[in-house]
Design a binder for this molecule. Structure first.
Ligand SMILES: NC(=O)c1ccc[n+]([C@@H]2O[C@H](COP(=O)([O-])OP(=O)(O)OC[C@H]3O[C@@H](n4cnc5c(N)ncnc54)[C@H](OP(=O)(O)O)[C@@H]3O)[C@@H](O)[C@H]2O)c1
Length: 313
């Protein structure tokens, strides 16, 4: 089968289209014929030696933690899935999963059934960003109807889905993005948009119950001024989580880091919302698997609107 593989940590030039054996199944697994796999910041960070690199073991490494496709084989002990089922999933994160490949051996209990009407590109792009948004808003952030949530990096993969899920839950949404993304965010339901490039957030916003921090670092720390005393800031970028936790402790505010977890129940609900048109996955671009390097250049720019997806022929 064809797969994208790195032999050494580095930039997009390290991504090589390679012939590899189709994976053998272990107990509890199914073989998925990949139709699409999503590209996330964690992919380029890990391939450059950061991100999840401490969890992936020895190189070589096939990146990718989310996919959509069709089950082509099932292990003897798997009863919930069968050959021909269309599935989507976030698998094995943060350990190696190898989704940038034509075939993937996936744990059956980390996959959700893809509803009719949801195409594979949308399903793959929805998975990590959607689950992260869901777990940040509802599991960590305990968002309630009527509360106000501030979403930093609202136009990105996680942010644009968080805007819609927060509105679905009945919250008021304040979104940060550059001005060119404001109309896009208003159409997704954002009640107020702020251009982070020329605005001091603490002067504009008094107190919000929840902040979803998709930027981290000094930007996340500065946003703590906008948080109500009993509020929660959920910070997404793991590289600056210790800085955020320390800043929260210093000012008596609650800061929670997050690591997205595979969860087929939540993913199934997300997929249903998307199939019904209640949540829209904005496709920034879809590229063939062999153009993974180009996708890495785009995602590393930090200015993707929505999600990047690789399609597998
Ligand atoms: N912990 C976890 O489990 C987990 C899971 C998923 C993602 N993450 C992390 O969360 C972060 C966001 O992920 P993502 O997939 O949404 O990334 P992404 O799609 O690459 O985010 C791109 C967006 O960030 C916006 N942006 C950049 N700088 C900004 C700033 N200073 N203020 C406001 N917006 C800004 C850009 O908007 P403009 O173009 O308008 O500037 C762009 O739309 C990444 O660091 C990622 O690694 C963590």
């Amino acid at each position: 089968m064809k797969a994208i593989q790195i032999q050494a940590f580095g930039g997009p030039e390290q991504l090589m289209l390679t012939d590899l054996p189709v994976p053998q199944l272990n107990a509890g697994e199914v073989l998925v014929r990949t139709e699409a796999c999503g590209v996330n910041p964690i992919d380029w960070k890990t391939c450059s030696g950061g991100g999840a690199a401490p969890f992936i073991g020895e190189l070589p490494f096939v990146p990718g933690w989310e996919l959509a496709g069709t089950v082509s084989q099932v292990a003897d002990d798997v009863t919930d899935l069968k050959e021909g089922d269309r599935v989507l999933g976030v698998i094995r994160f943060p350990e190696r999963a190898g989704c940038f490949a034509e075939y993937v051996a996936a744990p059956a209990d980390q996959l959700a059934i893809c509803p009719d009407g949801l195409d594979s590109t949308t399903a793959a792009g929805l998975s990590i960003a959607g689950l992260t948004a869901w777990q940040a808003l509802f599991d960590k952030g305990e968002l309630q109807p009527g509360q106000t949530v501030l979403i930093l990096a609202a136009a990105g993969g996680v942010g644009h889905l968080a805007v819609q899920l927060a509105k679905w839950r009945g919250a008021t949404v304040i979104a940060t993005a550059s001005a060119g993304n404001h109309e896009f965010l208003r159409q997704l339901g954002a009640d107020r948009c702020i251009d982070y490039r020329d605005t001091d957030l603490s002067r504009e916003i008094s107190t919000v119950e929840l902040i979803i921090d998709g930027v981290g670092g000094d930007t996340g720390v500065a946003a703590l001024d906008c948080l109500a005393d009993q509020g929660i800031l959920v910070t997404l970028p793991s590289v600056t989580k210790d800085q955020l936790i320390a800043a929260g402790e210093a000012c008596g505010k609650r800061v929670l880091p997050i690591r997205v977890e595979p969860n087929p129940d939540q993913l199934g609900q997300l997929a249903q919302l998307c199939a019904a048109g209640s949540v829209k996955m904005q496709l920034a671009d879809s590229l063939p698997l062999e153009n993974a390097g180009k996708a890495f250049e785009q995602i590393a720019s930090g200015h993707t609107r929505g999600k990047l997806v690789l399609t597998v022929a």
